[in-house]
Design a protein around this ligand. Structure first.
Ligand code: ATP
Ligand code: MG
Length: 383
């Protein structure tokens, strides 16, 4: 009897030719998520099993699997040979010892000498003898013993289904570059694109020394939390200090944010091309702040040719906060360290900046040189 974690994936992606590809990416992702934990990963038809792990790492394994996209559901249970005695031994371990229960058998091996109903009756009968406080209720049982008779002479026995993260395996939908700040929104935006199967790289702009080490650590922490899902192991940072100083010194104050955002997008696009990312991803949401009006988004989108994905564009702040709490980034996002945008924030930012005005002000700056200088401040941080 071997303790295993049973992982089921969403069959919907398995049509035709994509199957092999999907399974390869998915199993690589499972391995990436379990990095540093001793284990074996086995594939059996339609499922993966994590086996050969230390008992005291069980919770950690379950927690990591819960973040892997493409997982439909997972269970903690036992893999046994398919004799009734072995199945019973495992059933005894996962079964509740009191209250109501039922045995629910699924037979992938249709040649197995007993039907599902017969297995239910035999195993259920022996459990009732073993645990006298147990009663059968097939309609609304408090507990369940699931038996899955596989085709390879084994059976899986477990007591619970946990809901997986859903979505598609990261890496099956190309690569995008997430502009990650220290705020609430951008980590959620990254989560959503990773959930749709995108490989997400992280780029953060800082204004050191106007922003401090703690602000940077906060973004590293956020990136790390997000990586539970996105499986990314690096954060890239670029300084926009010089750019902010130049804008502040030379341009109309109400355009500070607009102009900075256009620089961020341009720099991000150049970096995305280096990384072969096919789009930029931001946490913008329509109307949330002055720079996130349709005019604001248009003015920053206008300086790049890569598509800009804004998965939160139609979300209320409350909905984003709820999601951030669920994925575990909220607590870190609300820590009070400034990211670069707040440093030179004007009192009255332009809400509907005119493109002609923006371009006029931008002419006061050596745009190409500032971009090149900024790209030279690139740092790669292992997270
Ligand atoms: P967030 O909560 O993600 O910081 P926000 O509500 O503070 O968003 P803005 O500061 O206007 O909104 O930023 C909008 C988007 O621009 C962010 O979601 C993020 O994708 C990107 N962005 C903002 N600041 C930075 C930064 N310092 N580095 C990288 N990207 C940034
Ligand atoms: Mg922000």
């Amino acid at each position: 009897m071997e303790k295993v974690v049973i992982i089921r994936y969403a069959e919907i992606h398995l049509k035709g030719k994509n199957r092999g590809y999907f399974e390869r990416v998915f199993s690589v992702n499972l391995e990436r998520s379990l990095k540093g934990i001793r284990h074996e990963l086995h594939r059996i038809s339609g499922r993966y099993l994590v086996a050969d792990f230390d008992d005291n790492q069980t919770d950690e394994i379950l927690s990591r699997i819960s973040g892997v996209f493409g997982v439909h559901s997972y269970s903690l249970g036992y893999s046994v040979s398919n004799t009734l005695d072995e199945i019973y031994d495992a059933a005894k371990t996962v079964s509740p010892q009191s209250g109501t229960f039922k045995v629910d058998t699924h037979r992938a091996d249709k040649r197995y000498p007993l039907t599902s109903m017969e297995i239910n009756a035999k195993i259920g009968g022996r459990l009732l003898e073993e645990y006298s406080a147990l009663k059968v209720d097939v309609h609304t049982p408090q507990g369940c013993v699931y038996i899955d008779v596989r085709e390879n002479g084994t059976a899986l026995v477990f007591g619970q289904f946990f809901e997986g993260a859903g979505g598609m395996p990261v890496g099956t939908s190309g690569k995008g570059l997430l502009l990650i700040s220290g705020g609430i929104d951008s980590p959620v935006a990254g989560y959503m694109m990773a959930k749709r199967g995108m490989n997400v790289e992280y780029l953060h702009f800082h204004s050191y020394p106007y922003t401090n080490e703690q602000a940077k650590d906060k973004v590293i922490d956020l990136a790390r939390l997000l990586s539970r899902y996105a499986l990314t192991d690096k954060l890239y940072t670029i300084s926009v200090t010089r750019i902010q100083e130049e804008i502040h010194a030379k341009c109309a104050a109400e355009l500070n944010v607009t102009l900075l955002r256009r620089f961020m997008f341009r720099i991000a696009e150049r970096f995305a091309q280096r990384k072969e990312a096919k789009c930029l991803i931001t946490g913008e949401s329509l109307g949330q702040v002055a720079s996130q009006t349709i005019e604001g988004m248009t003015s920053s989108g206008a300086v790049v040719t890569l598509p800009v994905l804004r998965p939160l564009v139609g979300f209320d702040k409350n909905e984003i906060i709820e999601r951030a709490k669920k994925i575990g980034t909220y607590e870190t996002s609300v820590l009070p360290f400034e990211d670069c945008c707040t440093v030179f924030l004007p009192e009255f930012p332009a809400i509907k900046p005119k493109l002609s005005f923006i371009e006029e002000e931008e002419k006061k700056l050596d745009v190409e040189n500032l971009i090149a200088e900024a790209l030279e401040t690139l740092e790669e941080i292992r997270i």
